[in-house]
Structure formats: C-alpha cells, structure tokens
Write a protein that binds this ligand. Sequence first.
Ligand code: OAD
Length: 234
Amino acid sequence: MGMNVFVLTGAGVSAESGLGTFRDKDGVWTRYDLSEVATPEGFARDPAKVRAFYNARRANLAGAEPNAAHQALARLQAELAARGGRLFLCTQNVDDLHERGGASQVVHMHGELAVTRCHDCGAAWPDPTPLVPETVCPACASRGRARPHVVWFGEEPLFLDAIDDALAEADLFVAIGTSGAVYPAAGLVTQARAWGVRTCEINLEPSDNARAFDERRYGPATQVVPAWVEELLG
Ligand code: OAD
C-alpha cells in the first residue's frame, strides 16, 4: 500500500507569491483590526468596510502566481496517487494557488476568497469580481447580504469531519507555513500524535507549536518544500 500523507498549509506557503501573511511583522492583522473585517459582528456593523477589505484581497490574488512550493505539493499529490498512496491537501488559505499550481481536491477549511456567499441563506457561487452592496442572492433573493465565502472568527471551519477521517488514516502529518495560532487547525498536530501519526513542521522559523512536532525543517517554503518532496519520493 502506498504512503498516505496529510499536509496542512497556511499563509507562509503563499508568502513568496506576494500574498501577505497574517501575524508576521507587516502581516494583515498588524494593519487591520480582525474584529472589524473578519467577524460576523464586524460585517453587521460596517459591511462596506468588510467588502473593501476583501475586494483588495481579491485584487491581490488575481495578480499572484503559484510558486515552487505549490507546484511541489501538486507533484507530490500526483506521484503518491500513482504509487497507490494519497496526499490529502488541507489548507487554511483562501487563495486558489494550490489549484493553480496543479493540485486537485484541495480542502479549504477556511473557505475561498474568489467565492461569494449569501450571509442569509448560505448559497455560494464562484465570483472573483468585487463585492458590491447591490448583489441579489440567486437562491433567496435577499439584497446586500453577499459576503466572501471565508470563515470568520466565531464561525466554524469547514470539512472538519473529512479532515478528522483523513488524519486518522495518515502515515505522516506535515504542517507548512502556518503559525499554529488558530484552532482547530493548530490542534491537528496534537491529534495526529495521539493517533500515532508521525509529524513534521516546515516553516520559515519555529512556529508557536514547534515543540509538538517530531521533525522540523526551517527556511523559505519555495526551497524547503521542493527539497522535502524530492526526499520523500526518493
Ligand atoms: P500566519 O500569518 O499566522 O502564519 C504564517 C506563518 O508562515 C508564520 O509562522 C511565518 O513564519 C511563516 N512564513 C512566512 N513566510 C514564509 C515562507 N516564505 N516560507 C515558509 N513559511 C513562511 O498565517 P496562518 O497560520 O495561515 O484565518 O494563519 C491561520 C489563519 O489565521 C488564517 O487562515 C486566517 C488567519 O486569521 C481566517 O481568515 C479564517
């Protein structure tokens, strides 16, 4: 039977594509108040501010390209599948750079930036264009309730059951480019260890969670991820 790998990625994997991280110096949450732009309460108070924040991020994403780390993970996915194994690629990122780098079946536990959702009925549709107040939901016809399909603080991440099942079956859990500050994603390493799954961290520098991992590799994702993939596929 082939190798079964669970990869969890965070903003660090897209940093070298020019998309900012959240908690580093100059990170998004040092420049914006997350309670204003990334909570249901913030959207209720000032929807225009929330739309402007995500419209800027949609524009950044449209101008970004996948990097060598995204491409290496796509290669790992294809090679493992060809050998009867699997890569379960789970990301906290709302960008689509894993897909554009060639990966498939990416599990976006924090949603997707280029998808719009109706805050009232939950209907969601692909939409990379700016969010505007005039939008009418195609499912429930409410007006002005369009929001990004992004999980906000206070909301439950997506696909948690599928994530649990995949982790239980994994031989190896690897966290790449994530600070380990946001739960439940940050707790997956502990869960993996409890289930006897080997764990590895790949990050620019030791994360908040570094000591929880069996193995650690540090450096820019565009260098460390391709090298790790090469080694794993041996
Ligand atoms: P963070 O900004 O918290 O952490 C990014 C991590 O990437 C840090 O540990 C950096 O050291 C590392 N890093 C930076 N540049 C890197 C590079 N070139 N190569 C490798 N690593 C690098 O981002 P996340 O952990 O992804 O949630 O944040 C988790 C969640 O918090 C996000 O999904 C988002 C945010 O609020 C929502 O929007 C719901």
